[in-house]
Ligand binder design. Structure first.
Ligand SMILES: Cc1cc2nc3c(=O)[nH]c(=O)nc-3n(C[C@H](O)[C@H](O)[C@H](O)COP(=O)(O)OP(=O)(O)OC[C@H]3O[C@@H](n4cnc5c(N)ncnc54)[C@H](O)[C@@H]3O)c2cc1C
Length: 344
């Protein structure tokens, strides 16, 4: 196996995110001589965590100017580490910071990069697996060009959990540049955590379909109650929220109903294909272009008034033929009861 550089940006406190440890777990299985490269405001906590990972050396670019995810500093740090390591293969945890900067680093090094890799393996030579065409086709890629940089996705491998120790880190100097100060991160604007409905790590994907906004048995639309039931469930269960195309298109048109639903929540052929152990679809018909986005959800259940809906045709493990308003009212009451008795 060729020499490998595992390269990661550290968190603000100098540690590594779990996703980075997952990538190291995958790297360790490849064999070959391993170098660890770290960049960030501080790196020693991360290096100590990896002290016994079998790396022959630890290279780092550290300092306050490398704390912010800024292209100029991140590219300079990553380039310096790659050059010092001289490894043929560079494997990097995929996140917004590395995805922005590593293609430029590959260009500077005269190498090649592949992103959204889900698996790396050695079969004579290194190969990498990734999905194409909205996860409909899986390809195994090999390249002759070196250095070959691979951005490995999270959630695809068990995290490295070797014993911590004390690592000796070789600090690399990056020449100062005015460009490093040109961009300043002045703050982060993000939705409040209780409004953050997309939670990739959640055990359950809760999907709302257009039925929530349709006239119900009494001839009325029950938008506010639908909103309250869905948000209530998400808050209590910590579930991630998905939507059908019909529903998210409605919200996009400025309909007052389910205003928290955006196109980012859409699951399906033209939406997302999230990975959750379980999924529950409510008021959603279960048409193929929607269900295709469920292929990585292991256990699927659906609530629909229509016993002949798409889910009934082998697309769900369990279909509850029931009124989702009634079901979710009851589920929320049970969750509230459970939370109450846990507190008492
Ligand atoms: C090229 C193409 C790409 C597409 N991509 C996507 C995609 O990425 N994602 C996607 O979702 N769709 C996609 N679609 C659209 C898809 O075919 C469906 O039109 C869409 O998924 C339907 O959404 P829905 O099931 O929420 O709505 P509807 O079809 O309107 O179904 C609503 C359901 O709610 C049920 N219901 C109503 N009230 C209740 C109640 N009280 N309790 C229980 N059930 C109730 C009804 O029985 C009905 O089954 C695509 C279509 C095309 C042509």
């Amino acid at each position: 196996m060729e020499n490998i550089l595992f390269l990661a940006f550290t968190e603000a406190d100098g540690t590594l995110h779990k996703a980075a440890l997952e990538v190291l777990g995958a790297v360790k299985e490849l064999g070959g001589t391993l170098t660890v490269g770290l960049a960030g405001a501080q790196v020693q906590p991360a290096a100590d965590t990896l002290a016994n990972c079998g790396a022959v050396k630890f290279l780092a670019v550290a300092g306050p100017e490398f704390s912010q995810p800024r292209y100029a500093t991140d590219a300079a740090a990553a380039e310096a580490i790659c050059r010092a390591a001289g490894s043929a293969i560079v494997i990097v945890p995929s996140n917004s910071r590395s995805s922005r900067v590593m293609p430029g680093v590959a260009h500077r090094l005269g190498g090649q990069i592949d992103t959204h890799i889900t698996c790396v393996a050695v079969d004579g030579t290194l190969n990498a697996t990734r999905w194409y065409y909205r996860q409909r086709m899986e390809a195994v890629v090999e390249r002759v060009k070196r250095p070959w940089i691979l951005l490995l996705e999270s959630g695809c491998h068990a995290a490295y959990d070797g014993a911590a120790g004390s690592a000796t880190v070789e600090a690399l100097a990056v020449p100062p540049s005015d460009a490093y100060q040109r961009t300043q991160v002045t703050g982060i604007r993000a939705p409040k955590s209780d409004q953050q409905t997309i939670r990739p790590d959640a055990k359950l994907l809760f999907v709302a379909g257009a039925g929530w906004t349709k006239k119900q048995g009494d001839g009325q639309i029950h938008g506010p109650e639908a909103e309250q039931l869905i948000l209530g469930f998400l808050g209590k269960a910590g579930a991630s929220l998905g939507g059908s195309k019909s529903l998210v298109d409605q919200s996009g048109e400025g309909e007052p109903i389910l205003g928290f639903m955006t196109h980012l929540n859409q699951i399906g052929q033209t939406g997302a294909t999230p990975r959750h152990p379980k999924g529950l679809a409510t008021c959603c018909h279960g048409e193929e272009p929607h269900v295709v986005g469920w292929r990585f959800v292991n256990e699927r259940r659906a609530v629909n008034l229509d016993p002949n809906c798409g889910w009934a045709r082998g697309k769900a493990d369990v279909l509850y033929v029931a009124d989702a308003f009634e079901v979710m009212r009851k589920v929320n009451a049970l969750l509230a009861e459970k939370a109450g008795s846990a507190k008492a």
